[in-house]
Design a protein around this ligand. Structure first.
Ligand code: MV4
Length: 667
């Protein structure tokens, strides 16, 4: 077995490989770009080597930098992970040339699977079922048209060098064939430099089911059952599960045999995946073979109890496969969700930034989180914006689905937009819940996946209000501790007023809607009112955002995370984001139109910051008001003329007092 391996990757897969290597007592070398200098995979590895600037093409894709890192650290083998150089023939050859073991298939297998049409011909020889169609070299348009007519419409024209859905044309009618062919050939030339196409029967509502295969260097082959990866968006997998719903033993054995025959046909070594496109009736056809460990391999690990990276290391070190086919069995059901820093409400635009709050669900026998980031890390714009893979397991699909809901709802992320709420809606769709799977599921379920924006209920607003009150109370107490009169009523933040019930308002914006929560202080805590909802509320505990509260007798644990004026509320397996409207800000914005800025609450003027009769920009600090034992900077709500101050430093001002005379420049 290797003493030391280098992981030529980053993020969750690098961390995942390091974890298995550590468990096996193998030393690990990480490689990282300058952008990843403080990343988790670097922290987890025994050694780390910088291989270049942030851009992948100057770091993670630079073969000689990686080979050199292995040589200087004495790594005997390289694990490529997935993506990057994991299916790159030149990299595989460079490893062989440098006498470093490439943990993956021989270069001939990578080569054989690199071309779609070559792969299909290999599969045909291995009697692996191919989609009915024409995959030959005769590219004469008239000949191809005859083939299409024989296949029967609808047909799909595909660029042989294409992949991932690029270079495909659906042809519904014979009269459209020639034009679609010409268009597909043009795209194939421009995108892949090769205009060869194939013509297939179009499968309606297909599923994507793939078989995990393993081969060792002693011609042993096994299949580790199947994964259903039909839930995709723009050819990116979103959810994966194992075993495939509605799969029967005979079909599983037939697909497994086909996959093993395919692996044997190319002399495959290591972990491989044979992808099939499958009709709703279960008939299956070869699609492509991947010569890397797939992103979704953990669902296979969860139902077999195996560690596929350990198998990869053992096979690469020349050991025989640890188990024979008859020793392999499926236990339970596993589902994986890919958690991404992307914004589903903005076309899944990637989101970058610092993960100021990141709290995954705890790892248990039922929940596994494979991640490359920790709280405080950043999602950078240079790479795939994956936050983590969340994998759950239970005895059957229904229980696994419940686990996934629970785990997603517990996954707290603040600092980047993310797809967790989308994933929660996705697993709750009728189609997914009932395992009515096919590659168009997400398109089909658009209505429930992108619902109309809902009005916010009272509960989250009350939680936000209680968090705000607790935070201000805590701040006031901190100040009181330093003041000469810690028990003075001025040092409390309970809106105390002579002969009046202590009351105040807290304002929150949810989307474009402004909500005002009326707060009345009571002996027991608070009475909160918003719209027509009223609740008796109290705070049991508040510690930097961890809030335990009681609303109308029900105890609730909530997490409230501040990001600038945003308040991210996690409670009841839900998340809300509201915008706290600082009373000082709203007064400035609201009052500026009347030519003055009024004091939002009683306080003392402690500083005048601009010159009377001067032009100021929007946001220019004008004065500082000390209110509720906190300093509040009153800023110019718009560009305009600061005509005069109405108070001097040290003056006490009452709630609503006119502070300055200000003339906004009309936009
Ligand atoms: C097909 C097909 C329907 N009929 N072939 C998409 C890219 C590549 N994986 C093959 N793909 C398809 N080939 C025939 N004859 C539908 C797809 C397809 C698809 C396949 C698997 C997973 C996701 C997909 C999304 C859209 C289309």
């Amino acid at each position: 077995m290797f003493r030391k391996i280098l992981i030529a990757n980053r993020g969750e897969i690098a961390c995942r490989v390091i974890k298995t290597a550590k468990r096996m007592g193998i030393q690990t070398v990480a490689v990282y770009s300058e952008a990843d200098a403080n990343s988790r995979h670097v922290r987890l590895a025994d050694e780390a080597v910088c291989i270049g600037p942030a851009a992948a093409k100057e770091s993670y894709l630079v073969i000689e930098h990686i080979i050199r890192a292995a040589q200087v650290t004495g790594a005997q083998a390289i694990h490529p992970g997935y993506g990057f150089l994991s299916e790159n023939e030149a990299f595989c050859e460079a490893c062989d040339k440098a006498g470093i073991v490439f943990i993956g298939p021989p270069v001939a297998a990578i080569h054989a699977m690199g071309s779609k049409s070559a792969a299909k011909s290999l599969m045909a020889e291995a009697h692996v079922p191919l989609t009915p169609g024409y995959h030959g070299d005769n590219q004469d348009p008239d000949y191809l048209k005859i083939q299409a007519d024989d296949i029967g419409y609808p047909v799909l024209i595909k660029a042989s060098a294409g992949g991932g859905g690029k270079g495909m044309r659906l042809v519904e009618r014979a009269e459209d064939f020639k034009e679609a062919l010409a268009s597909c050939q043009r795209e194939a030339v421009s995108a892949f430099g090769d205009q060869q196409v194939l013509v297939e029967k179009y499968l309606v509502r297909p599923r994507h089911i793939e078989i995990q295969v393993f081969g060792d260097q002693h011609q042993n082959y096994v299949y580790l059952f199947e994964r259903d990866c039909s839930v995709q968006r723009r050819h990116q997998k979103v959810l994966e599960e194992a075993p495939a719903p509605h799969m029967d033993e005979q079909r599983r054995a037939a697909m497994g045999k086909a996959a093993v025959d395919a692996a044997r046909a190319v002399g495959y070594v290591g972990a491989g995946t044979v992808e099939f496109i499958v009709n709703q009736d279960g008939t299956f056809y070869f699609m492509e073979m991947n010569t890397r460990l797939q992103v979704e391999h953990p669902v296979t690990e969860m139902i077999t109890g195996l560690d596929l990276v350990e198998w990869q290391l053992r096979v690469a070190a020349g050991e025989p496969l640890p188990l024979k086919q008859e020793q392999l069995a499926i236990q339970g059901h596993a589902i994986e969700a890919r958690i991404y820093a992307e914004d589903p409400d903005k076309g899944f635009l990637p989101s970058t930034g610092k993960l100021i709050h990141l709290r995954p669900p705890a790892d248990t026998a039922h929940v596994r989180v494979d991640t490359g980031v920790e709280q405080g890390d950043a999602i950078s714009p240079f790479y795939d914006p994956m936050i983590a893979k969340l994998i759950v397991w239970d005895k059957d699909r229904e229980r696994a689905l419940a686990r996934m809901h629970q785990a997603l709802a517990a996954y707290q992320v603040v600092g980047v937009a993310n797809n967790i709420p989308f994933l929660l809606r996705l697993i709750a769709t009728q189609s997914f819940a009932q395992a009515d799977l096919d590659t168009s599921l997400i398109e089909r379920e658009q209505a429930s996946l992108f619902p109309e924006a809902q009005a916010i209920a009272a509960k989250p607003l009350f939680i936000a209000a209680l968090a705000e009150l607790s935070k201000q109370q805590h701040a006031a107490m901190q100040v009181a501790k330093q003041s000469a009169e810690p028990v003075s009523p001025w040092n409390s933040a309970n809106a105390w007023r002579v002969n009046l019930p202590a009351q105040r308002e807290l304002k929150f914006r949810f989307g474009d809607t402004l909500k005002t929560v009326q707060v009345t202080y009571t002996q027991q805590g608070y009475t909160l009112v918003v719209d027509d909802q009223q609740s008796a509320a109290s705070v049991i505990a508040w510690d930097q955002g961890a809030l335990t509260l009681v609303l109308d007798g029900s105890r609730i644990a909530a997490t409230v995370v501040d990001l600038h004026q945003e308040r991210h509320l996690f409670a009841d397996e839900q998340v809300w984001v509201v915008h706290y409207v600082d009373p000082l800000q709203i007064v400035a914005e609201g009052a500026a139109l009347q030519g003055g800025l009024i004091a939002p609450m009683p306080g003392k003027v402690i500083a005048l910051l601009a010159e009377p009769n001067s032009q100021v920009e929007k946001g220019t600090p004008l004065l500082i008001l000390e209110a509720m034992k906190m300093e509040h900077t009153i800023r110019a709500p718009a560009a305009g003329l600061l005509k005069a101050y109405r108070f001097a430093v040290g003056d006490q001002v009452s709630d609503g007092a006119d502070l300055v005379e200000f003339e906004a420049i009309k936009a």
